[in-house]
Design a protein around this ligand. Structure first.
Ligand SMILES: CSC[C@@H](O)[C@@H](O)C(=O)COP(=O)(O)O
Length: 374
């Protein structure tokens, strides 16, 4: 079966990830406001995918202005007055994934360079649209590159054996990117090169990116897989031969400390206890060299209610009500901790894979120096 697609263009649409895996419904994104709301509500999620959607919604906004000869085409200053608030607004949609900020900064630089180069307003807008499309289009190619770097590195580390069992957390596949995926891309590459044994994945409560989205992607790709509850990682490591943990990232500090989906840190601590390589797979746009370490990474706190609810299909199947959201806590429960991400310290990470290659820590060092990688 064809891989799932998170974003379709012309007209811009996204698959509503709140309804997956039981309903596949594409929703139109006609405005920057709709893109912001879709990212915030997690109808689309995954650090690269939200950067791609923000860039494409921005491109559509500018294109519509060009087609309609909008007032902001009047001068370079008017373009700037239009563009800067739109980019600043998109950047506020979710705080931890730095790719969104990397995309908005990249587009701001395109604007600055074009204005400094004395270009006329229409040309500046055309360059902005082209650059925004590049943000989304580049993603698939670099994902395939990272998957190969990381997959080949892992196979070599294990002496070229087949049947590698890899655990992943959350969803980092086609749904979380413009296509192919990061950590799930590595798993897909191992499958394609016949080196994969089984892909294990956590359910990833409370949003269940694992049991709803990774499950669907692996099923669609016909990759041999096994789901575990988040609480079973230690048991898995005790009872199965797991050759690696591969995860994505929302932001990586200069020293390699990595923010990723809540539960990643637990898996990293247990992987270290069991001497299992722990691999982070993420594009360079995820590295934030402005942060020396992970203590400065903003961690998004999701609404407490999200941790009290489970969404899914009615079971056993019932024609009257196909989907339902149920509350699993007593009504009115107070005191709920619901951070969306945690930070895994660099010392627990064996390798960080970007499109430039595989970075490892120097022998005896607890941290990475990623300044040379970016
Ligand atoms: C290629 S996706 C990388 C990360 O964004 C992913 O691992 C993750 O943590 C996603 O979190 P989410 O809250 O679903 O957006």
């Amino acid at each position: 079966m064809a891989p799932l697609v998170s974003i379709l263009e012309n007209p811009l649409r996204i698959v509503d990830q709140l309804l997956l895996p039981h309903t596949t419904q594409y929703i139109h994104i006609d405005t920057v406001d709709q893109a912001h709301a879709a990212i915030k509500s997690m109808q689309i999620r995954g650090a690269p995918a939200i950067a791609s959607l923000a860039a494409l919604a921005f491109a559509d906004h500018i294109s519509r202005g060009l087609d309609a000869s909008a007032a902001f085409i009047a001068s370079p200053e008017a373009v700037r007055a239009e563009v800067e608030p739109v980019l600043a607004f998109l950047y506020t949609a979710r705080p931890t994934a730095v790719n969104l900020g990397a995309a908005t900064r990249r587009l701001t630089k395109t604007l600055d360079d074009a204005v400094a180069g004395g270009k006329e307003a229409r040309v500046i807008c055309e360059e902005l649209v082209a650059e925004a499309h590049k943000v989304a289009d580049e993603d698939v190619g670099r994902n395939k590159q990272m998957a190969k770097w990381g997959g080949d590195w892992l196979v070599e580390r294990h002496g070229g054996i087949d049947g590698l069992n890899v655990l992943t957390v959350c969803n980092t596949g086609s749904l979380a990117t413009s296509g192919y995926g990061t950590a799930l891309g590595l798993i897909t590459y191992l499958h394609e090169t016949k080196k994969l044994g089984t892909a294990f994945y956590t359910q990833t409560a409370p949003y269940h990116q694992g049991s709803r989205l990774t499950a669907l992607e692996l099923q669609t790709l016909e990759i041999s897989s096994t789901m575990i509850c988040d609480t079973m990682v230690g048991s898995l490591f005790q009872h199965y031969n797991i050759h690696a943990v591969a995860v994505g990232a929302d932001r990586i500090a200069k020293n390699g400390d990595t923010a990723n989906k809540i539960g990643t840190y637990n898996a990293a601590v247990l992987a270290a206890r069991h001497n299992i390589p722990f691999i982070v797979v993420a594009p360079i746009s995820t590295v934030d060299l402005s942060l020396a370490d992970g203590s400065g990474i903003p961690i998004e706190q999701r609404p407490p209610l999200e941790a009290c609810l489970v969404r899914g299909a009615v079971y056993p199947p019932n024609e009257k009500a196909s989907q339902a959201t149920v509350m699993i806590t007593p009504p009115g429960l107070q005191g709920i901790y619901n951070p969306s991400f945690d930070v895994t310290p660099a010392e627990l990470i064996t390798a960080i894979v970007t499109e430039k290659g595989v970075a490892t820590r120097r022998p005896g060092e607890l941290v990475f120096d990623l300044s040379g990688v970016v």
